[in-house]
Design a binder for this molecule. Structure first.
Ligand SMILES: [Zn+2]
Length: 257
């Protein structure tokens, strides 16, 4: 029995070390997320711990959010709303880049908000399907109690208040991952990160369904942004600091050709 306990303890220690090392490798060397950073086009970054949320003023004192962070109470979002002398009911729309738990946390704290995501991501967000990444697949699938109120399609433009938001499908990190473009700012969720040297990296292996699909999606996104004539001013990931202009994405595409 004593011997069994020793082996069990050893296995637990090894597992903790392995997972800890993988997490450290995943998050090291990234440009840090900065709370309150103006990312351009009137958009502002809110850091909810390690998860970034972008607040978009859409006119008449209303705002839209890209993602809803990790904290179920949405304290970081609420304090930004207070700073603007707004209330939780001022959040009229939440657009989700994908359905991982650290992006949908505070949705229920903003009951007036419409919840939008790509059609292909709805089952994951609502908890009717699981994510397939090496770490997420270990967690059981259960209903989240969240309803996507408007399912989006690739390439559509959603007008929220007075702000047009273009939707791009970037499958790979998850099946229905989306990037959103507002006023030249490209919000990529977890489909890319910016390293401390300013280079763009693809989605992290540990949390992603398919890194090869993700790379192909980033190549296609660059082609489509260029073809659309979008004047990209910034690339904004969810878990690292932003980069200026389209160049970091173009360089990534060159490295992956
Ligand atoms: Zn994710």
């Amino acid at each position: 029995m004593k011997r069994f306990l020793k082996i069990a303890a050893l296995v637990v220690v090894v597992l903790v070390l392995v997972v800890g090392t993988l997490l450290a490798v995943t998050f090291m060397g990234r440009r840090p997320l900065t709370d309150g950073q103006e990312v351009g086009g009137g958009l502002r970054m809110i850091a909810d711990g390690f998860s970034g949320i972008v607040m978009i003023p859409v006119g008449d004192g209303d705002v839209a959010l890209i993602d809803a962070g990790n904290d179920q109470n949405g304290e970081a979002i609420k304090s930004e709303l207070s700073r603007r002398q707004l209330t939780p009911d001022s959040v009229t729309v939440i657009l989700l880049t994908h359905g991982h738990p650290d992006h949908i946390g505070a949705i229920k704290a903003f009951p007036k908000a419409q919840v939008m995501a790509l059609q292909t991501e709805v089952p994951l967000i609502e908890g009717r399907a699981g994510a397939r990444g090496p770490l997420p697949r270990m967690f059981p699938v259960s209903p989240t109690g969240i309803s996507v109120t408007r399912a989006l399609t690739d390439g559509e433009v959603v007008t929220v208040g007075n702000v047009p938001i273009r939707v791009y499908a970037v499958p790979g990190h998850t099946t229905g991952s989306a990037a959103y473009v507002v006023n030249g700012v490209v919000m990529v969720g977890d489909s890319a990160d910016i390293a401390s040297d300013g280079s763009l990296q693809g989605a992290p292996w540990l949390f992603s369904d398919s890194q090869s699909d993700n790379r192909a999606s980033l190549v296609r996104l660059e082609q489509r942004l260029t073809a659309d004539g979008t004047a990209v001013t910034a690339i904004v990931p969810s878990h690292s600091g932003m980069a200026s202009g389209l160049m970091p994405l173009s360089e990534f595409v060159r490295r992956n050709e």
